[in-house]
Ligand binder design. Structure first.
Ligand code: CUA
Length: 351
């Protein structure tokens, strides 16, 4: 860049960087585009702290620039060392008190938000939903104890209602994080149960992550929060309650193979499966195993070689032949017991 453009080079760079960074806020994934109560609270805290930092930066830079210009040595001027000050009480007090005030301005809303996010005052009230969340290597289990249903990888919640989560882990520490709706919370094995709540403002599919290094497939431990209207949510619960594992599927051969090979870990409908995910609404899922596009080919791949797709996971590899896996896939892809939420669009990070 030459001439006048050269002078503005840093401005161009700054502009280009700004354009690039605006791409960071992907809808329904980003904490910078809050779509829920918790994330909005956290976003407001970010704005306050950024505002304070900009305020401090501007004042310091202004004083710095003023001193540079006002007191610089001019041509022909005699070289002098300015008078040295020390132990100026007034100055010491000023630059101690100002940071204290700034920290207080930061601390008050932060402490308020911390208590607000830990509030459980309505848990257990009539009509208030609580979901038990269990983190497993490398999938999430969601048990709706009062409704006597269980699902995995995709948690359904009604919009504009507080949904409490009771959280633990079955193996190692994981961390449940849905940036667009709420903050994150660790799930810990043993007796220690953590709690948080979700409240989504808009219907949508929100991407969730495991935010605690938990093994080789930690980065593949995606899940979704599917927020639907309260009416649709009730419909979903009813659909889930009506799943009958005994009902003979069209792909009956696959069903039999599934029952014989997979049911010791998995379940179809009803309560939680324990070892592996409950697959009652498998065909309604956005993804296979949280990461693969839903297709028969991908499903067969997953059934035969789960170790290659999610290294270190507990599902045994090559338990069935590819031929049998194809039959099982036919059966699993029939399990579309609820069309609630199917119309919701989602953006995804892995695409
Ligand atoms: Cu589970 Cu990282």
């Amino acid at each position: 860049m030459r001439g006048w453009m050269g002078k503005f080079r840093s401005l161009f760079l700054f502009g280009a960087l700004t354009m690039l960074l605006t791409g960071c806020g992907i809808e329904n994934i980003s904490a910078l585009k809050p779509k829920g109560y918790g994330s909005e609270l956290l976003f407001d805290l970010m704005l306050i702290s950024i505002a304070i930092m900009i305020f401090v930066f501007v004042i310091v830079m202004a004083i710095y620039a003023f001193v540079l210009l006002r007191y610089r040595e001019k041509k022909g001027q005699e070289h002098i060392v300015p008078k040295q000050t020390e132990g100026n009480k007034a100055l010491e007090v000023i630059w101690t008190v100002i940071p204290i005030i700034l920290l207080l301005v930061l601390a008050i809303p932060t402490v308020q938000a911390t208590f607000d996010l830990a509030d459980q005052s309505t848990q257990g009230d009539e009509g208030v939903l609580t979901v038990d969340v269990t983190g497993n290597q490398y999938w999430w289990q969601f048990d709706y104890a009062d409704q006597e249903i269980s699902t995995s990888q995709e948690i359904y919640i009604p919009t504009n209602e507080r949904v409490y989560l009771n959280m633990k882990a079955s193996d190692v520490i994981h961390s449940f994080w849905v940036p667009a709706i709420a903050g994150k919370m660790d799930t810990i094995p043993g007796e220690n149960m953590n709690t948080m709540y979700l409240e989504a403002y808009e219907e949508g599919v929100y991407e969730g992550f495991c935010a605690e290094l938990c093994g080789p497939s930690h980065s593949l431990m995606y899940f979704k929060v599917i927020a639907v209207s309260p009416e649709e949510f009730d419909q979903w619960v009813e659909d889930m309650q009506n799943i009958d594992p005994e009902e003979t599927a069209t792909a009956s051969e696959g069903q039999e193979l599934f029952n014989n090979n997979c049911m010791s870990c998995h379940a179809i409908g009803g309560a939680s499966a324990g070892v592996g995910p409950n697959l009652g609404n498998f065909a309604n899922r956005e993804k296979i195993a949280g990461i693969l596009q839903p297709s028969k080919e991908n499903l067969v791949d997953w059934i035969v070689h789960p170790d290659e797709i999610k290294p270190g996971n507990q599902m045994p590899a090559e338990l069935v032949s590819e031929e049998d896996a194809a039959k099982i896939a036919d059966y699993l892809l029939e399990l579309d017991h609820s069309d609630v939420g199917n119309d919701l669009e989602m953006q995804s990070v892995e695409e």
